[in-house]
Design a protein around this ligand. Structure first.
Ligand code: NAD
Length: 256
């Protein structure tokens, strides 16, 4: 379905971003890979699906590096047709103890980076009259949890940005939507499980059960593969008129 299209997925070396990149690759899209850590492992997993992969190591907290990423992606593949703003980090602390530099980093990576990639990707998408912008927000773009001030502020902002971009592109072939996962067992969440286990002196298994029981009625993690298939749906012709939604995949978290 996506042969000859190019998908840039920020933060795609791990977790949800890698799951989405692989799902888009299975549909034939060229992949622009971004993020830190095990770059070679991610590249190999995507290349094994038979598509070309181009890696750019832009730090998504630096606008100049984002500009370089967008320029390099367009140079390599012609243009970015599918933009998935996924890179994100978390920090958990009460607001009065929240380190200001962590606040700044979370807002920069989880929110501002999407503004920059979108403003830079849109002209070519509009010229082609086709584009898909998918912002990986969170249930925390819809509801709050204590101790996550920066993350919740950034994700609510990302849902707002999604709606504005959807309105500004409403009469074009470009759509913009957000995905709002509940708990997904990635390194980002594993850190929170580990912290809970350490704080309460309980096993990893028990901490996982508590984490799910607190928020996610299904008592099951959403998977990167399931989120990848949702991204594929947003890229399909059936989703041509899905615009500005914040689509949760959260095991019932926000239904409560
Ligand atoms: P993860 O830690 O597995 O992956 C994060 C990715 O972002 C990695 O590839 C990492 O290298 C990259 N990254 C981090 N900082 C970066 C930077 N400055 N520049 C470029 N890349 C950077 O986490 P994940 O759980 O897969 O999270 C992906 C997205 O999904 C995030 O936006 C997160 O907020 C969101 N999300 C996660 C969950 C969950 O339960 N895991 C739930 C809702 C939303």
């Amino acid at each position: 379905m996506l042969k000859d299209k190019t998908a840039l997925v920020t933060g795609s070396t791990s977790g949800i971003g890698l799951g989405i990149a692989k799902a888009l690759a299975r549909q034939g899209a060229n992949i622009v890979l971004n993020g830190f850590g095990d770059v070679d492992g991610a590249r190999q997993q995507i290349e094994a699906l038979g598509v070309p992969v181009f890696y750019h190591g832009a730090d998504m907290s630096h606008p100049a590096e984002i500009e370089d990423l967008m320029r390099a992606a367009a140079e390599r593949f012609g243009r970015v047709d599918i933009l998935v703003n996924n890179a994100g980090i978390q920090h958990v602390a009460p607001v009065e103890e929240f380190p200001p530099e962590r606040w700044d980093a979370i807002i920069a990576i989880n929110l501002c980076s999407a503004f920059h990639t979108i403003r830079l990707a849109l002209p070519a998408m509009k010229a082609a009259n086709w584009g898909r912008i998918i912002n990986v927000a969170s249930v925390h773009g819809l509801v709050a949890s204590a101790q996550k001030s920066a993350y919740v502020a950034a994700k609510h902002g990302l849902v707002g940005l999604t709606k504005v971009v959807a309105l500004e592109t409403a009469t074009t072939g470009v759509t913009c939507n957000a995905i709002c996962p509940g708990w997904v067992l990635t390194p980002l969440v594993q850190k929170q499980v580990d912290a809970k286990a350490a704080a309460l002196g309980i096993s990893n298994e028990e901490a996982t059960r508590l984490l799910l029981a607190e928020k996610q009625p299904s008592m099951q993690f959403t998977t990167p593969e399931e989120l990848g298939e949702l991204a594929v749906f947003f890229c399909s012709p059936a989703a041509n008129n899905v615009r500005g939604v914040a689509w949760n995949m959260d095991g019932g978290w926000t239904a409560q």
